[in-house]
Design a protein around this ligand. Structure first.
Ligand code: ADP
Ligand SMILES: N[C@@H](CCOP(=O)(O)O)C(=O)O
Length: 294
């Protein structure tokens, strides 16, 4: 095999209470990652991140993955996910590269086995190897990561409305905001919400999923970074959203809703950010199925 091309999609990590544990694969947007054997490890980037994303393999999430797998390859990243947006822009190249190298050299890893390898790439972006973006990016659906284990749960048919306000929030900075310890009662609440979210997915109950997205540890400490957060959330719920959360470390907000309400929810969320003087990009997508060869 001369070259492998894969599509590696955006992801929405944490899903409220599932900090560093839960993540949702999105269908779009996605990066295209091309990997081919080379004399030395080299990275090329075209698209949204070109010029801002480091090409030094030691500072690039895809480069760290190739080094962890011990392979000299040329990696071309066609970048379509807004960097520092809360949509796993750093994770998609890491996940795609792990999957492509596994295919190119017939290494025999399972999708689950690739997750901890891909997570090593996130050290370049967040300073820690968190797997709640690379996990869903590789596995698809709603993914639960714990240690080196990753399991995917199918989601009911919901629309995902993503609103990207014109605010910059880096994962590294957003992680530094979080306290090292939380009170026992707060931990119990978040574990309960995370469990109910997974229960909602497995019982195909989108309302239960939606309720579990809100009132989390992640929301409490990070929503102050997103001007108008409460109003935007209220706007989405008033138009029929099941629930709203900060996507990853933010500033993107996601709303899960019935397909027929997605345009109404999108318009309400954008309108509320507008009332706070903030412009936004937005898109509507569905739950993704994980990295695919194209
Ligand atoms: N291959 C990569 N793709 C995207 N970002 C990368 C990559 N390698 C390193 N980075 C760095 O990671 C940061 C984006 O990661 P992060 O803050 O986690 O954003 P996101 O919320 O989109 O995941 C950027 O500062 C970028 O320079
Ligand atoms: N659990 C991480 C998830 C970061 O997601 P990203 O899409 O913002 O990179 C965190 O919240 O720090």
């Amino acid at each position: 095999m001369e070259r492998v091309r894969v599509r590696a999609s955006a992801t929405s990590a944490n899903l409220g209470a599932g900090f560093d544990v839960l993540g949702l694969a999105l269908d779009e947007p996605y990066d295209v990652i091309e990997v081919e054997p080379a004399e030395r490890l080299e990275i090329r980037i075209v698209g949204k991140g070109a010029g801002s994303i480091p090409l030094d393999p030691e500072k690039n999430t895809a480069g760290l993955v190739a080094k962890a797998m011990g392979r000299d390859v040329l990696i071309t990243i066609h970048s379509n996910i807004r960097p520092s947006g809360g949509l796993g822009s750093s994770a998609a190249p890491a996940a795609g590269t792990a999957f492509a190298i596994n295919e190119l050299f017939s290494l025999g890893y399972t999708r689950e086995g690739l997750v901890p390898i891909a997570a090593k790439g996130e050290v370049a972006a967040a300073g820690v190897a968190h797997a709640d973006n690379v996990g869903p990016c590789i596995m698809g659906g709603l993914t639960i990561v714990c240690g080196d284990h990753a399991k995917s749960v199918a989601m009911p048919d919901v629309s995902v409305v993503a609103i990207l306000p014109d605010i910059e929030v880096s994962t590294k900075a957003a992680r530094e905001l979080l306290p090292a310890c939380v009170p026992l009662r707060e931990m119990v609440l978040n574990v309960g919400k995370a469990c109910m979210l997974v229960a909602g997915a497995s019982s195909k109950d989108p309302a239960m999923i939606g309720r579990s997205l809100m009132g989390s540890f992640n929301e409490k400490y990070r929503s102050p970074l997103i001007k108008g957060y409460e109003d935007v959330r209220a706007g989405a719920l008033s138009q029929g959203a099941y629930g709203v959360a900060i996507s990853g470390s933010g500033p993107t907000m996601i709303a899960l809703c019935p397909g027929e309400r997605s345009k109404h929810v999108e318009k309400a969320m954008i309108g509320q950010f507008g009332k706070h003087g903030i412009s936004c990009e937005s898109f509507i997508t569905r739950v993704g199925q994980g990295v695919q060869i194209i």
